[in-house]
Design a protein around this ligand. Structure first.
Ligand code: GLN
Length: 205
């Protein structure tokens, strides 16, 4: 069994995620590859997908236009594990508004019943790092890198809260779907990518 893991490379932080996911696969001793994916054809073959941070309006719009959004939704609803990071978590949500510019009509996947406040902690220059705890998935301390990060203002009853920072929800999970407001690929600790790869492995089995 060989895992086929993709990083959506429509726009955003692709390379660091490929490296972190590869490192996770190696450290776990799992047979698998990680590649950047863009088209509906690429996506349809995957066992797991990372939707990276970037600009959620651009990622959403371009993946709507090239047909990826539809395939993504089908695959995720059929059980493919997905890790949505920052803009990636926004894409997975069903409602997003921007703290600075207000309501945005952007294409979303409507997979996670969460309401997102985009740019919840301010603009690029207000980026920061802070330790967060994801106790329920056995990651008690993780260095969270927050870059124009969203926070989750409403969480549906079927969505598990994985982490909070300053009373704001910054990581969630529902079955095969994980969303983080911070960037796990920008820190040396690959435990979140390892958790995700294990999830991909268990869904493939
Ligand atoms: N680092 C990020 O992914 C930032 C997300 C960006 N603020 C957005 O709303 O799309």
């Amino acid at each position: 069994m060989s895992l086929d893991v993709g990083v959506l490379s429509i726009q955003g932080d692709v390379q660091e995620n490929i490296l972190s996911a590869k490192a996770a696969i190696d450290e776990l001793g799992i047979d698998g590859k990680v590649r950047s994916v863009k088209t509906p054809e690429d996506i349809s073959q995957l066992d797991g997908l990372i939707i990276p941070g970037g600009e959620s309006t651009t990622i959403g719009q371009l993946s709507l236009v090239n047909g990826s959004l539809k395939v993504l939704k089908e695959k995720i609803e059929n059980g493919m594990p997905v890790l949505g990071i920052c803009a990636g978590m926004i894409i997975l949500s069903n409602t997003a508004s921007d703290r600075i510019v207000g309501k945005t009509d952007q294409p979303l996947l409507n997979i996670l019943d969460i309401k997102l406040e985009r740019n919840s902690f301010g603009r690029q220059k207000e980026s920061f790092e802070a330790d967060v705890s994801l106790d329920s998935i056995n990651i008690p301390k993780f260095n969270g890198v927050f870059i124009r990060a969203p926070s989750v203002s409403d969480v549906g009853s079927d969505v598990e809260i994985l982490a909070k920072f300053n009373d704001r929800v910054v990581a969630v999970k529902k079955g095969n779907v994980i969303g983080t407001a911070f960037h796990p690929e920008l820190t040396k600790d690959i435990s979140l990518h390892k958790y995700f790869i294990n999830l991909v492995k268990s869904f493939k089995n």
